[in-house]
Design a protein around this ligand. Sequence first.
Ligand code: CMC
Length: 428
Amino acid sequence: MTETATLSYNGKTVELPVRHSVHGPDVVDIRKLYAELDVFTYDPGFTSTASCSSTITFIDGDKGELLYRGYPIDQLAEKSHYLEICYLLLYGELPTATQLEDFENRITRHTMLHEQMQYFFRGFRRDAHPMAIVCGVVGAMSAFYHDSTDIGDPWQREVASIRMIAKLPTICAWAYKYSIGQPFIYPRNDLDYASNFLHMCFAIPCEEYTVDPILARAMDRIMTLHADHEQNASTSTVRLAGSSEANPFACIAAGVACLWGPAHGGANQACLEMLREIGTPDRIPEFIARAKDKDDPFRLMGFGHRVYKNFDPRAKVMKDSADEVLGLLGIENNPTLQVAKELEKIALEDEYFIARKLYPNVDFYSGIILDAMGFPTSMFTPIFALSRTVGWIAQWKEMIEDKEQKIGRPRQSYIGAARRDYTDVEAR
Ligand code: CMC
């Protein structure tokens, strides 16, 4: 028997079907609410609203667990690697050896950008934020790859997906090279995905550059931890843009734009800048006090999450990775890492943070690793964007193939002026 929830309003009652979820809360299907009761629901920020059904990623906020297609993130971070995870997210199952080889080949053969796209980079000011460049260039891909913009054709959807996963590292690396005035470095197909990205960022044409395998592994892990995260703001933006049947490149550009904000992907840049501003552990109490002061807009960056109310499992892996990478690089006494660890300790013992269940999130330690690798803070969010591209695409494809999805069109509670007649300017 189907379970229902009963809602009464204005003398009428409606039985609303309840849909079962495999993990997480069941959902009350309110689609007929307006037709039957003539009311809308109100939920800014979607705190109690599921915008879709999804089979891709699940977060258990109370347990602090993140699953990609059912597999826990800590197992994937330890045993898998980014391109295998891309396959898993896109197609739903771990690949066989042959499937993986074929997928890696397809990604590797699409890493180059159309040569004319260089002119887009050159049109930006040198001091442009790389996220502005990435957003613009990803959107511009729809002007170059016309043969993969028909969203009604599954083959074109597939080609567009492969192209974006393959080209985002090139786009991000070139945004960086452009900002520092160095020549663009072409992708190298003999390198794995993470190593190729590091190579395009740090190699120069006049000398040999060998990618450090420790850094490549750490980069792969950062990509893995950021690959997907349910219906977060940028993913919902991609889905909403896609619901109008916009082409996939335009949709992913919309996701990049949304990710940029400091409450979302921009937090990694903001967090490292905050840690540097704190500078030494003795200044931590001052910043904790500011974070607690309701009259001060300051927040501890890299802390808190809408869904995780225990801990962010990605932060745990990231913290271990920070220790490992800095240790192997011989810079374990990095003052920023010391401040981060001390700040985490003090905040986690503070009643304000305990009561609100605020824990370090993925952005708290990622910046320390990226900084140790030699990236400037402005590159942190583009690295998040390139890692999340696969998640955006998997979610976009799922939406396109979901018969229940329609154009996203939220309703509102209008609280402006009541209907009134126009008055001529002399009479005002
Ligand atoms: N520092 C100080 N207080 C905080 C913080 C923080 N970082 N985060 C939340 N709070 C307080 C907030 O003031 C509120 O207190 P009160 O109940 O007294 O008014 C309470 O905790 C609940 O906060 P909220 O703003 O209602 O929570 P939210 O779910 O809307 O926001 C968040 C989640 C991630 C936007 C927020 O925690 C935040 O701004 N964190 C800092 C930015 C950050 O690290 N973002 C990265 C998120 S993870 C990666 C990603 O999504 O890209």
